[in-house]
Design a protein around this ligand. Structure first.
Ligand SMILES: C[S@@+](CC[C@H](N)C(=O)[O-])C[C@H]1O[C@@H](n2cnc3c(N)ncnc32)[C@H](O)[C@@H]1O
Length: 396
């Protein structure tokens, strides 16, 4: 990409970032050449985010926090992970003992705060597995956890792929589903087209290609779920691999609960006829925009989650969808008020900070309503505390 292409309101990257992005761009151009002039957006997204040594999550950019590109709930406040710990405690207590598997642990803040709370409750998991696809984040997690919870470090096991043996307990994933690669599509008068990535004047551009049988079938099924057909020109995205992805998780859980926390909608809200350009968003230095071709490798690329598709995948695999609610109801259901009461009294500065954190986590205009929590259970039939205040499964 040449600088003339770049949105002037987005700050320029540093020199080493530019170099990394240039290498990634030339790698993607090579893929486009190899594949006859275009690649699917799913391949573009996977490469831009996870190409070893070059992708956004695989290379060393800051990502999280004030100097990075975005903040996630565990970074905003330990209260998030403390609440989640109460949900885990319920499950670990019910099933006797068990393990926890966290997918994509970010900076490691969630592991730290969750394990400290479970330790207080005397309900530590036997092992805390972290499946981390990013070597850079794995290193950062190890540094943080060795420094802050050295007495618990032996329980933490880093994995490069799903565990080989089945386990009982919980699978946790905060903001993972939004990072999974999707295919983009466009409705035309007669058919669906797939929007792919090609080159024009040596720059990435969108091109239309005929949808293959798999995509066409998935989109026809999707359209049947909607009150009316998509209007002509309607663009959105779909994850055609989601069931396969869940079957991998299903295969490793003997009994217990999977909890996914992410931003997203039910199918009817996601593919509402007014949302004519999908939900694709990129995060770069705390600015949000919709251009996935902006400095590949230096920005996060995400889409919202279709929670109905998650529930359908779960149903097809014989998992039980045992709760769906928003982040606010979930945190209060887990006991946010009680955790605050138990914290005792604070000076004015800390009180103000905590109030701000709670506001970010729970206010509807912040994360409270946009973020949802879905629970999938297997051989486990207790009602989960996180959904005790409000369960919105009917919306799915
Ligand atoms: C926005 S970050 C969220 C990190 C952390 N959970 C948090 O809340 O701060 C997205 C994470 O998803 C991870 N990820 C993406 N695809 C994954 C997969 N298939 N399995 C496990 N982690 C994955 C990335 O490596 C990255 O750490």
């Amino acid at each position: 990409m040449t600088p003339s292409n770049i949105n002037p309101s987005l700050p320029m990257p540093e020199q080493d970032g530019l170099l990394q992005s240039e290498k990634l761009v030339s790698h993607i151009k090579g893929l486009i050449d190899e594949q006859g002039g275009m690649i699917g957006f799913d391949q573009y997204m996977t490469t831009a985010l996870y190409e070893p040594g070059l992708g956004y999550y695989s290379a060393g950019s800051r990502k999280f926090g004030a100097e990075g590109d975005f903040v996630t709930a565990p970074e905003i406040s330990p209260l998030f992970s403390q609440c989640l710990a109460y949900q885990c405690a319920q499950v670990l207590n019910d099933i006797g003992s068990g393990d926890i598997l966290e997918l994509g642990a970010g900076t490691g803040a969630m592991v730290r705060d969750l394990l400290l709370e479970l330790e207080k409750l005397d309900l530590l998991p036997e092992s805390y597995f972290i499946l981390e696809v990013s070597a850079d984040l794995k290193q950062r997690q190890q540094e943080l956890l060795n420094k802050t919870i050295p007495h618990l470090i032996e329980r933490i096991v880093w994995l490069d792929s799903l565990p080989e043996e089945k386990f009982s307990g919980l699978i946790l994933a905060n903001e993972i589903l939004d990072a999974l690669a999707v295919r983009r599509f466009k409705k035309t008068v007669r058919s669906f087209k797939e929007l792919k990535v090609a080159l024009s004047n040596d720059e990435f551009v969108w091109v239309e290609d005929d949808a293959d049988v798999e995509l066409e079938k998935a989109l026809e099924q999707l359209e049947q779920q909607m009150p009316e057909s998509f209007p002509e020109g309607y663009i959105s995205e779909i994850n055609t691999d989601i069931r396969k992805w869940f079957s991998g998780l299903d295969a490793v859980l003997q009994n217990g609960v999977m909890l996914f926390i992410d931003y997203g909608y039910s199918v009817s809200e996601y593919y509402h006829s007014d949302r004519t350009d999908g939900t694709l968003l990129c995060h770069y230095r705390h600015r949000v925009h919709a251009d996935p071709f902006f400095y590949p490798g230096l920005q996060d690329i995400t889409t919202s989650v279709n929670f109905t598709a998650i529930a359908e995948s779960a149903d097809a695999l014989g998992l039980h969808v045992s709760g769906y609610t928003n982040q606010t109801y979930f945190l209060f259901g887990c006991g946010l008020e009680k955790i605050l009461a138990d914290m005792g009294s604070f000076d004015i500065k800390s009180q103000t900070e905590i109030a701000q954190q709670i506001r970010k986590l729970t206010m509807p205009e912040e994360m409270g309503e946009r973020f949802k929590v879905i629970a999938l259970t297997k051989n486990y039939d207790q009602s989960l505390i996180g959904f005790s205040i409000m369960d919105q499964r009917v919306q799915l």
